[in-house]
Design a protein around this ligand. Structure first.
Ligand code: UP5
Ligand code: MG
Length: 190
């Protein structure tokens, strides 16, 4: 279905671990296109799509949107891009996401960049973000943490069993984390 040859890196980590922040840094230095699954879903709500209300309700509850919806958005973004190198941020979030993405697109990731951070630090960051996200309140944050541990960490473990996970200590400062990221991306330097 997706004939395009694409290099894909999955960027995973808990809510507030710094995925979006570091993806922006990587884009600036290494010529990747950043596809945040959460951003694509939020844009879909704004566009007034027929799925908008369902997506909004799931995000508010910290639940994972059905794989077909997210995969369609990612696949369209990949096909419409001129680039062939992508950071897919915040996806796959569960086994269903992972298996369906690989089946539908035929793409397997080069590797998985995994940002590890304690919940108390992630909670602090999310509560002080102030960007008006409907899920940045303490009730939803707790639900997001629970879903992350129960559904998303198993995906990281799956890729780890294939030797594909590059783990980063994401509790350090933004600059220090990027220093560690750079070591991993040095082979993509222009
Ligand atoms: N910050 C970043 N790095 C820092 C550092 N090293 N030190 C101090 N502060 C740091 O960072 C969060 C905040 O922390 C920012 O203010 C930043 O300045 C600061 P950010 O880079 O935004 O972290 P990120 O990991 O991207 O956090 P985000 O909240 O985006 O992660 P989530 O995984 O929770 O959110 P996402 O947008 O991916 O998903 C939201 C929801 O969409 C999900 O809960 C789910 O309901 C739905 N969704 C799906 O259903 N399916 C999908 O495939 C994707 C999403
Ligand atoms: Mg993000």
């Amino acid at each position: 279905l997706c004939d395009k040859k694409a290099t894909v890196i999955f960027v995973l980590g808990g809510p507030g671990s710094g995925k979006g922040t570091q993806c922006s840094n990587i884009v600036e230095h290494y010529g990747f296109t950043h596809l945040s699954a959460g951003d694509l879903l939020r844009a879909e709500i704004k566009s007034g799509s027929e799925n908008g209300t369902m997506i909004q309700n799931m995000i508010k509850e910290g639940k994972i949107v059905p794989a077909e919806v997210t995969i369609k958005l990612l696949q369209t973004a990949i096909l419409e891009s001129e680039n062939d190198k992508f950071l897919i941020d915040g996806f796959p979030r569960n086994e269903e996401n992972r298996a369906a993405f690989e089946r539908v697109t035929g793409i397997t990731p080069e590797f998985v960049l995994f940002f590890e951070c304690l919940e108390e630090e992630m909670e602090r960051r999310l509560l002080s973000r102030n960007q008006g996200r409907v899920d940045d309140n303490i009730e939803t944050i707790r639900k997001r943490f629970k879903v992350f541990v129960e559904s998303s960490l198993p995906v990281v473990e799956y890729y780890d069993s294939l030797g594909k996970v590059k783990k980063i200590d994401a509790a350090k400062s933004i600059t220090e984390v990027f220093d560690d990221v750079k070591v991993i991306f040095s082979s993509f330097a222009p």
